[in-house]
Design a protein around this ligand. Structure first.
Ligand SMILES: [Ca+2]
Ligand SMILES: [Ca+2]
Ligand SMILES: [Ca+2]
Ligand SMILES: [Ca+2]
Length: 348
């Protein structure tokens, strides 16, 4: 009885027993439309949440890497250095008035050499024996690990197999595998699914939450950040307390990517750069070998190594870019670095 009376009040089509049953096509389409819209919104929210969780995971990874690297960076940079025999002879043969300055300058070069050996960021840092100082235990250890990975001590063979794609990320993997505390090496902070080999050359990298290698540059003088004011007067190189780098007296020029103007370069504070390409998988940083750039857009810039050994402050690559400079290198109109996650901007 109750059902009958209800039915009179309702539209005819939803009552059983009436002639028209079900929905009209238009109504069906409207309902479907609403369902699709709601599903789309849910999916959008879910995707947003998933992207946010990836971002947070990657920030945590970069923070972990940075903790390990920063601690070691200070240790290495402030370590007292001894001059090798060749350098001592150079000082001994110098004019008395020049001895002190020369000795400080050579010690600065020795410190930078130490930074290079302890923080390799390219294959050549490990393939070529140091020209300026002696090999360090950490450097020999990295070499040994490379030999184990490739199963040979023949570096000619290693160099045919170890590709320079993502070499910074691969060196970072080696660095973390060789830094120990009382509980073990620093790689233990990363699970198996955070480590992979994206370029299939046998040498692993640490992957961000989007499955791309976390890249590494020991010196990134072109990278603009709160650490890199590019003003050696206000924020000088902390490892050069006597300002013995000759450019303090006679600055060379560098290309300021902010305004495109060449300016006098006075050596400034440099800090290692650890960075994820972010959701767009594009690094947009000069030097990094990006697969997306393989058709000529690769920005591979070398550190200068001419008059000053291991000079971290090259002027530019002839195209106006210093190592670490950012830009739209694949020319698609998007600055690839803007969604990156790094240890300069994102974990302070
Ligand atoms: Ca590689
Ligand atoms: Ca690899
Ligand atoms: Ca990016
Ligand atoms: Ca781009």
């Amino acid at each position: 009885m109750k059902r009958m009376s209800n039915c009179r009040l309702r539209p005819a089509r939803i009552c059983p027993g009436n002639q028209r049953q079900g929905l009209t096509l238009i109504e069906l389409l409207v309902v479907l439309g609403i369902i699709v819209t709601i599903a789309g919104m849910l999916l959008f929210m879910l995707n947003g949440a998933r992207e946010e969780s990836r971002r947070l995971r990657t920030v945590a990874q970069v923070r972990r890497v940075n903790q390990v690297v920063a601690e070691r960076w200070e240790e290495v940079g402030f370590q007292p250095v001894q001059l090798n025999e060749a350098s001592r002879n150079v000082v001994a043969n110098a004019l008395p008035a020049a001895k002190l300055g020369l000795s400080r300058n050579l010690k600065l070069s020795a410190t930078r050499e130490l930074q290079r050996l302890e923080f390799p960021d390219r294959i050549s840092d490990l393939a070529v024996f140091p020209q300026f100082g002696a090999p360090t235990p950490a450097w020999l250890n990295y070499r040994l690990k490379v030999q184990v990975v490739f199963g040979t001590t023949d570096w000619t063979e290693i160099l045919t197999r170890w590709s320079d794609d993502h070499e910074g990320a691969e060196c970072l993997y080696l660095i973390l595998s060789a830094i120990f505390d009382e509980d073990g090496h620093a790689l233990r902070f990363f699970s198996q699914n955070e480590i992979g080999d994206i370029d299939n050359d046998g040498m692993p990298e640490i992957w961000d939450a989007w499955g791309n290698p976390i890249e590494f540059l020991r010196w990134a003088p072109g990278y603009l950040s709160p650490y890199h004011e590019q003003n050696g007067v206000a924020t000088p190189d902390p490892f050069d307390p006597f300002r013995s780098d000759p450019r303090f007296a006679t600055p060379t020029e560098y290309f300021d990517t902010r305004d495109g103007i060449k300016k006098p370069l006075v050596p400034f504070n440099l800090y290692p750069l650890v960075f994820s390409a972010g959701p767009d998988a594009v690094y947009g940083v000069a030097f990094v070998n990006e697969p997306a750039h393989s058709d000529g857009g690769v920005r591979k810039v070398e550190y200068a190594n001419l008059a000053i050994p291991n000079d971290p402050f090259p002027v530019d690559d002839g195209d106006g870019y210093m190592i670490g400079a950012t830009g739209d290198f694949d020319g698609d109109g998007v600055q690839g670095h803007e969604d990156n996650i790094d240890n300069h901007w994102d974990i302070r």
